[in-house]
Design a binder for this molecule. Structure first.
Ligand code: 13P
Ligand code: SF4
Length: 314
């Protein structure tokens, strides 16, 4: 079926009403998905909100690990995700079997994992963090604790620098955030003197060193809303620009471009996994109540502990 945008929106809204479904979307999804969602947020806000809503069906427009986290936190609800292939290069960079081996080599270390991980990795983790709460949670851990932090090396280095810790870092990265061009950022700063640079902590250290505000997608959005400045340079996935522009129609947001890299499919600062969420797939997934997220009970029972710990410490 090939419908117009407005037709999809009408059909999605009436199906959601009829089936008592709530639609969640991450800030990096397409504008039309953010427009139709009941809740938009960063990964922490989406997980927290999922536990609060009264609904039979939760639809997670984001990536696979976000749907898994939602299912683990709400095992009695039906959790749908418009495209099961919407993965995450960062989550892919840490396989559970490799982490299990690494843990065995460092038996005196606790494991702190970024939420961008599979349920199996969370099951091997002591406490999960997001970019919103990583500093706050690491600060609460015993001062003498030995810590493995994974999988994002850039976020881990940043958290080491702001907490004074010396966590052992996994060598993973997000293919979108690790490819922003330092040269282009320096050029943008030269062309726009005095304009603040806002960056997500998944960016590489040289980009963060040139940034004025470092934070999760939500923290960056909130900064643009409360700041009296009218222009900002943004180093994170470009989907957030939609929400920034919607919240601040009189302000200007200048995205930092990525390095031009041979062999990488997308030469823009978009996460192709997040963009797999389309109105058509969202409509079909509500209509068919499929694909449905399933997490094996033995994995979910362990993973829920590290996610709950995060929610308690946030
Ligand atoms: P947030 O925790 O800021 O939502 O980031 C999630 C993510 O996937 C960043 O690439
Ligand atoms: Fe994963 Fe990067 Fe996409 Fe975020 S932007 S979902 S970390 S691949």
């Amino acid at each position: 079926m090939d419908l117009k945008k407005e037709e999809y929106i009408d059909k999605i809204k009436s199906l959601a009403r009829e089936k008592n479904a709530v639609i969640f979307a991450h800030y990096y999804t397409r504008p039309e998905i953010q427009e139709i969602a009941d809740f938009i947020g960063d990964s922490l806000a989406l997980a927290q909100q999922a536990t609060r809503v009264q609904a039979s069906i939760l639809v997670m427009c984001g990536v696979h690990f976000m749907g898994e986290t939602m299912k683990i936190l709400c095992p009695d609800k039906k959790v749908l995700i418009p495209d099961m292939k919407a993965g995450c290069s960062l989550a892919d960079s840490c396989k559970a079997e490799d982490l299990a081996l690494f843990k065995a080599q460092h038996p005196d270390h606790m494991v702190v994992s970024y939420v961008n991980t599979t349920a199996e990795v969370k099951a091997l983790t002591d406490v999960v963090v997001t970019s919103s709460n990583a500093k706050k949670i690491v600060d609460q851990l015993p001062k003498d604790a030995k810590i493995i932090f994974g999988p994002d090396h850039n976020l881990g280095s940043y958290i080491n620098s702001v907490t004074g810790r010396d966590m052992l870092l996994w060598n993973g990265a997000c293919h979108v955030h690790s490819r922003f061009s330092l040269e282009a950022l320096l050029q943008l700063k030269k062309e726009n003197p005095g304009v603040e640079v806002l960056a997500h902590p998944e960016c590489k250290a040289p980009i963060l060193a040139q940034s004025d505000v470092i934070g999760s997608t939500k923290a960056l959005l909130e900064h643009t809303i409360k700041s009296s400045a009218k222009r900002f340079i943004i180093a994170t996935e470009s989907g957030i620009l939609f929400e920034m522009q919607r919240a601040c129609p009189d302000k200007e947001f200048i995205p930092v471009p990525p390095e031009v890299t041979e062999g990488i499919g997308c030469s823009c600062n978009e996460c192709e996994y997040m963009r797999m969420n389309t109105l058509e797939k969202l409509y079909k997934c509500l209509l068919n109540e499929s694909p449905e997220m399933v997490v094996p009970k033995e994995v979910a029972d362990k993973a829920v502990l590290s996610i709950q710990r995060m929610l308690e410490m946030s």
